[in-house]
Design a protein around this ligand. Structure first.
Ligand SMILES: Nc1ncnc2c1ncn2[C@@H]1O[C@H](COP(=O)(O)OP(=O)(O)O)[C@@H](O)[C@H]1O
Ligand SMILES: [Mg+2]
Length: 246
C-alpha cells in the first residue's frame, strides 16, 4: 500500500550522433516503505541510469517515477530540486566529501546551504554520525579517515533531511572487502532500526545478500528477482544472479 517508489515503464535512450543506446528499456518497479532493495547487473546494464532517474538527477525519455505518489519526472525543475533535497538522500561510490571540512561539517553543510540554523544543524549532524558509528571521528577531515569511514560520513550526510528514500550507487565499489561488509551491515541496520527505505546498486553478491529483495538488470530490462536473498549466502546469491543474468 505505502509504496515510497513506483517506477512505471521507464525508458531512457541516449543518442550519440546516429547511434541510440537504450540504457533503460521498460523498467517497472514498486518499493514499499522499509524495504532494502538491491539492484544487480553487469557493467552497462543500466543500474546507474536507473538510480539517477529515481534520484531526479536526470530525466527519462518516457515513463513515470512516483516518489510518495509524486511524479518526479513530470514536475518543474524547481519542484524536482525541492523534492530531491527534502525527500531523497544519495550516496556515491566516491563519497564526494569536501576535503577542507571535518566530518561533522560535511554532514551539516546541506542544512546550512538550505538556510538551516548552525547550532541545530550541528546537533542533528552529531546524532547522525553517532548512528553510523562515527562518534569518535567527528572532527576529522576526509583524508584522515579510511574509505569505509568516509562512506559512513557520506551516508550520515544523505540522511540529514530524513529522506523517504536513500539511494546508493555502488557504495562499496572503492572499499576493501572488510570495509565493504561493514557498510552493508550499516545499511541493513538503518532499515531494521530506523525504518529507512534503501535502494542500493552493486554487482557484489557479498553485499546483495543483505537486501530484502534483489532485482537483476540486463540490457536495461529487469530479467529476474531474488525474493529470499536474506536466506542465501554470497555463493548462492552469485549462482542465482548468474542464472538470471545469463
Ligand atoms: N550520458 C550518457 N550518454 C550516453 N550513453 C550513456 C550515458 N550514460 C550511460 N550511457 C550508456 O547507457 C548504458 C547503461 O549505463 P549505466 O547506467 O551507467 O550502466 P551501469 O551503471 O549498470 O554500469 C551503457 O551502455 C552506457 O554506455
Ligand atoms: Mg554504474
Amino acid at each position: 500500500m505505502s509504496a515510497v517508489l513506483q517506477v512505471k515503464d521507464l525508458r531512457k535512450t541516449f543518442r550519440l550522433g546516429a547511434e541510440s543506446v537504450h540504457a533503460l528499456d521498460g523498467v517497472s518497479l514498486d518499493v514499499p516503505a522499509g524495504e532494502f532493495l538491491v539492484i544487480m547487473g553487469a557493467s552497462g546494464s543500466g543500474k546507474s541510469t536507473l538510480l539517477h532517474l529515481i534520484g531526479g538527477l536526470d530525466l527519462p525519455t518516457s515513463g513515470e517515477i512516483l516518489i510518495e505518489g509524486q511524479d518526479i519526472a513530470a514536475m518543474s525543475d524547481r519542484k524536482r530540486t525541492m523534492l530531491r533535497r527534502s525527500r531523497l538522500g544519495v550516496v556515491f561510490q566516491n563519497f564526494n566529501l569536501l576535503p577542507t571540512l571535518t566530518a561533522i561539517e560535511n554532514v551539516a553543510l546541506p542544512s546550512l546551504i538550505g538556510g538551516g540554523n548552525n547550532g541545530s544543524a550541528q546537533t542533528v549532524a552529531k546524532e547522525l554520525l553517532e548512528s553510523v558509528d562515527m562518534n569518535h571521528r567527528m572532527q576529522h577531515r576526509p583524508q584522515a579517515l579510511s574509505g569505509g569511514e568516509q562512506q559512513r560520513v557520506a551516508i550520515a550526510r544523505a540522511l540529514l533531511n530524513d529522506p523517504a528514500l536513500l539511494l546508493a550507487d555502488e557504495p562499496t565499489g572503492n572499499l576493501d572487502s572488510h570495509h565493504a561488509e561493514s557498510i552493508w551491515t550499516l545499511l541493513r541496520k538503518l532499515v531494521d532500526e530506523q525504518q529507512r527505505t534503501v535502494i542500493a546498486v552493486t554487482h557484489e553478491p557479498i553485499g546483495a545478500r543483505f537486501a530484502d529483495r534483489i532485482v537483476v538488470l540486463k540490457d536495461g530490462k529487469i530479467v529476474g528477482t531474488i525474493n529470499d536473498s536474506r536466506n542465501l549466502d554470497a555463493t548462492l546469491v552469485a549462482t542465482r544472479y548468474t542464472e538470471l543474468a545469463r
